[in-house]
Design a protein around this ligand. Structure first.
Ligand code: SF4
Ligand code: SF4
Length: 338
């Protein structure tokens, strides 16, 4: 059985993009250098910015992101500084190339998870989305991490380009020794918004019937193999209450140009809630994303309606068939130990 992970004001989730540079050019990459900058933060700046968020709560969770965060030669120093500051959990998201010998520069105890990204269960599907050779590189990165004693997780971003292979993932992850499986849903932002040749938004986004019939059953399969699964709720049932994480949770999406967003769906626009200047977190004047969080609409998430409405459908009288959940609302299926 899955359970909804409730939003909380008592923990802080920090999604820290320490650079936007990457060795890959994935079709659905959400990084938008015009909006997020092109710079690489120094280790000193990383530490100063980490300090801005850790004192907000006893329970601060940190995810190092890029671009590709292992391209940063000082990532190991950032990780160790975050541990010393008291972050409760630390994750590094990686495309699997594991640059700068990162596995030998940090110890398994320094982080909670190394989180790999694979968008297909076969090289054919994954590499069409992420680039030639990525599948083999990512699988070999996972194997090296598991052998070295790191806990690993895997993120699979579901779209109509790869959903046909999702059911093959639990067996693959079990074989590789991956501990957690994060099923993500395609966001129409960054490159996806730019509509790569031969695709359009409607074609990338998965419809409600397909999502509801497939995602929970794949999650159950993985849980039966001893893997904890998290997936976004996306489509609310009539009995579900809509909540915007921007209003009821503490999530911070930090970019190297100093922009700090509360909502990932706003990241293509200069709507950020805060900016960091001279290592100080400064609230931005209106209008910003928080003005959007305050709107109540029949479709649920306002930003979903504005930027990726291909997942909505309507009755003849113009009312929506269902609400779309906050993109940060997750279901979790705990591992069932066999
Ligand atoms: S690995 Fe991540 S940051 Fe790099 S291109 Fe792919 S999605 Fe973008
Ligand atoms: S995704 Fe929608 S509901 Fe969630 S924080 Fe953004 S605007 Fe709010």
């Amino acid at each position: 059985m899955s359970k909804t992970v409730a939003f909380s004001k008592h923990s802080v989730n920090v999604f820290f993009h320490i650079l936007t540079q990457c060795n890959l050019k994935c079709c659905h990459c959400y990084i938008n250098r015009d909006q997020h900058g092109n710079n690489t933060l120094s280790v000193e700046t990383i530490c100063a910015w980490l300090n801005l968020f850790v004192n907000k709560t006893q329970n601060a969770n940190l995810i190092f992101l890029g671009g590709e965060p292992t391209l940063h030669p000082g990532l190991d120093k950032g990780v160790k500084a975050a541990r010393e500051m008291g972050y409760s959990s630390i994750t590094i998201d990686t495309n699997g190339y594991l640059f700068h010998d990162i596995l030998n520069k940090i110890a398994p105890a320094d982080i909670d998870f190394l989180s790999f990204s694979l968008d297909g269960a076969t090289p054919k599907t994954n590499d069409r989305i992420r680039g030639n050779g990525c599948y083999e590189q990512c699988v070999s990165g996972i194997q090296n991490a598991v052998t070295s004693g790191f806990k690993t997780s895997l993120i699979f971003t579901v779209s109509n380009e790869n959903i046909h292979e999702l059911h093959m993932m639990p067996a693959l992850l079990s074989r590789l020794g991956v501990d957690r499986f994060f099923i993500q849903v395609i966001g129409i932002r960054g490159k996806s918004r730019g509509k790569p040749a031969g695709t359009d938004n409607d074609r990338l986004q998965v419809d409600r019937g397909t999502w509801m019939s497939l995602i929970p059953s794949v999650a159950d399969q993985a849980a039966d193999l001893g893997i904890t699964v998290t997936y976004p709720k996306v489509f609310l049932n009539d009995a579900d209450i809509f909540e915007c994480a921007g209003r009821v949770a503490e999530n911070y999406f930090i970019f190297p140009n100093g922009r700090v967003y509360r909502c990932p769906l706003c990241e293509d626009y200069p709507l950020h809630s805060f900016e960091i200047k001279d290592n100080t977190l400064i609230p931005r004047e209106k209008i910003n994303e928080q003005d959007l969080f305050a709107l109540n609409i029949a479709e649920g998430c306002v930003m979903n309606k504005l930027v990726q409405s291909g997942n909505l459908s309507y009755r003849e009288d113009g009312t929506p068939d269902y609400k779309i959940a906050c993109c940060l609302l997750k279901e979790e299926v705990p591992a069932r130990n066999s």
